[in-house]
Write a protein that binds this ligand. Structure first.
Ligand code: NAD
Length: 494
């Protein structure tokens, strides 16, 4: 069994006093061990990042951009290889793994535009002989802590922009599927990134706390579950760091009575069960408005039996296993407990039998779900779709806005006026109109509201440039020495 090691200052290292298992979720096989960094190992990585900072910051912008152009090419060329790594440790099907790499490449493309992104502003003659300009400077060493569900895309959300802005990074990926991040770090190295600019440490709370508590780490980007996001935000911001901590989700898809029912059913199936529901933008609540409910439930139901669930390396598979045995069992508990809470179990995916020891579960559909039931209140993060029936648009909005999460939402309708009003009324960070998974393209920023994000900045895109830089405003005068005089008044430009 191989040991997955850290990547510090351009080399793979491991103290490996503690390790954790890395499974192949499709077979249940424990295929690797991953080193869990000690505090000392994380401090070594932070020291390497700190040492690399002056050199990287001084590197010309065009040269920095070159790294991202080369990286993009390498990611395209090695996409298949990287997708295979993702599938082997995460379990998602190969096409889905390739899809997340494509979305990550968007962040690299955005970063390649850094020469434009880092431009400041200049105002000539704000007072006679006085000019003002602003500049964007790196914050310093950035800590990046990522979840298991997108082992390529989410690290790229953070490291592409952070590095483009002149920072250096210590990345702590999920310990459940850690290989992809080391592969990424090697690609960055091959693309010409100097050693120490991107470091990867593996592990658990010990490694994360070492990042949060280091006075040398100036900003922290986190993506993961809400309880951990909240605690990361509190701990790091208490120490004066800049923090963005993205949390969990409960994404609603509202289907209005005038919607194209067949299209809505296709979208609901795709968004609820793709990647086995382990997406922070997965649709987990289908809100049936008015008399559409019975037909909508029937249309979704009629599509479920045909879904092919199997090993993600099999091209026929549309959905793979869940990440761990424990998570699979937890997801199943929401389905088995739903009837006792008053929901109708239309399809019980836990009853489906699979060969072998993989962490598979079938797809489930629950109807007549309501707030207050576990299946509604919790983020299940599995292939379970709950239907909530409401009478009208106002009830749909009240339901969505009453939810503790606010990551993504969608409305399916043919009525442009209703969609427009929805966009205005809904308290959610990312909205889809007839689009079930409205993940913004790389030129916009990604982020939810309420318990889906702690902090002020959304991630990647323009808001990431703001997050990963500090602005400075410089006021300049080149006076004529003959005009010098004393004035104790507050400087006024009028
Ligand atoms: P998680 O919160 O368990 O882990 C995320 C990271 O935090 C990992 O690197 C993990 O090692 C670390 N961690 C875990 N426990 C910790 C602790 N006690 N102290 C410090 N660090 C700790 O999340 P996960 O299970 O890996 O990922 C799934 C979750 O991530 C879901 O809730 C999903 O909605 C969320 N997610 C959100 C977004 C978003 O953009 N909002 C995107 C992807 C995933």
């Amino acid at each position: 069994m191989s040991l997955i090691r850290h990547f510090v200052d351009g080399d793979e290292t491991a103290d490996a006093e503690r390790t954790g298992p890395v499974f192949n979720p499709a077979t249940g096989e424990r295929q690797h061990e991953v080193a869990f960094a000690s505090t000392a190992e994380v401090e070594r990585a932070i020291a390497a990042a700190k040492a690399a900072l002056p050199g990287w910051r001084a590197t010309g912008l065009v040269k920095r951009a070159d790294v991202f152009f080369r990286l993009r090419q390498l990611l395209v060329e090695r996409q298949g290889e990287l997708a295979a790594i993702v599938t082997s440790e995460h379990g998602k099907v190969l096409s889905d793994a390739a899809g997340e790499i494509s979305r990550g490449i968007e962040n690299v493309e955005f970063a390649a535009g850094l020469v434009h992104l880092l431009k400041g502003e200049h105002s000539e003659q704000v007072a006679r002989g006085v000019d003002v300009h602003s500049t964007k400077q790196p914050v310093g060493v950035v800590g990046a802590i990522t979840p298991f569900n997108f082992p390529v895309m989410v690290p790229l959300w953070m490291v592409a922009s952070a590095i483009a802005c002149g920072n250096t990074v210590v990345l702590k990926p999920s310990e459940k599927d850690p290989s992809a991040s080391v592969f990424l770090a090697r690609l960055f190295q091959e693309a010409g990134l100097p050693d120490g600019v991107l470091n990867v440490v593996h592990g658990d709370k010990v490694a994360v706390d070492a990042i949060l508590d280091s006075p040398d780490v100036r900003a922290v980007s986190f993506v993961g579950s809400t309880p951990i996001a909240r605690s990361i935000y509190e701990r790091a911001s208490q120490q004066g760091k800049r923090v963005q901590a993205l949390g969990g989700a409960k994404n609603h898809m509202v289907v209005m009575p005038d919607a194209d029912l067949e299209g809505a059913a296709d979208a609901a199936i795709s968004a609820a069960y793709g990647s086995a529901g382990e997406r922070c933008m997965a649709v987990s609540v289908l809100v049936a408005v008015g008399d559409v409910a019975d037909d909508l439930v029937a249309a979704v139901r009629s599509r479920m039996d045909a879904l092919v669930i199997g090993d993600g390396t099999d091209a026929a598979s549309e959905m793979g296993p869940l990440i761990t045995r424990e998570h699979r069992d937890k997801v199943a508990s929401y389905v088995t407990g739903a009837a006792a809470e008053g929901a109708t179990v239309v399809v019980d995916g836990t009853a489906k039998v699979f060969d072998g020891d993989g962490f598979f579960v079938g797809v489930s559909l629950l109807d007549h779900v309501e707030p207050g039931m576990r299946a509604y209140d919790d983020e299940i993060f599995g292939p379970v779709l709950s239907v909530v029936r409401v009478e009208n648009y106002d009830e749909a909005i009240a339901l969505v806005n009453g939810n503790a999460f606010g990551n993504g939402v969608a409305i399916f309708t043919r009525d442009g006026g209703a969609a427009r009003q929805f966009e205005i009324d809904v308290e959610v960070g990312m909205v889809g109109v007839n689009v079930p998974i409205p993940v913004p393209i790389g030129a916009y920023s990604f982020g939810g509201w309420k318990n889906s994000l702690f902090g002020d900045s959304h991630i990647y895109g323009p808001e990431s440039v703001h997050f990963y830089t500090r602005s400075k405003v410089v006021t300049t005068r080149w006076p004529d020495p003959n005009e010098s005089q004393i004035s104790l008044g507050f400087p006024s430009n009028h």
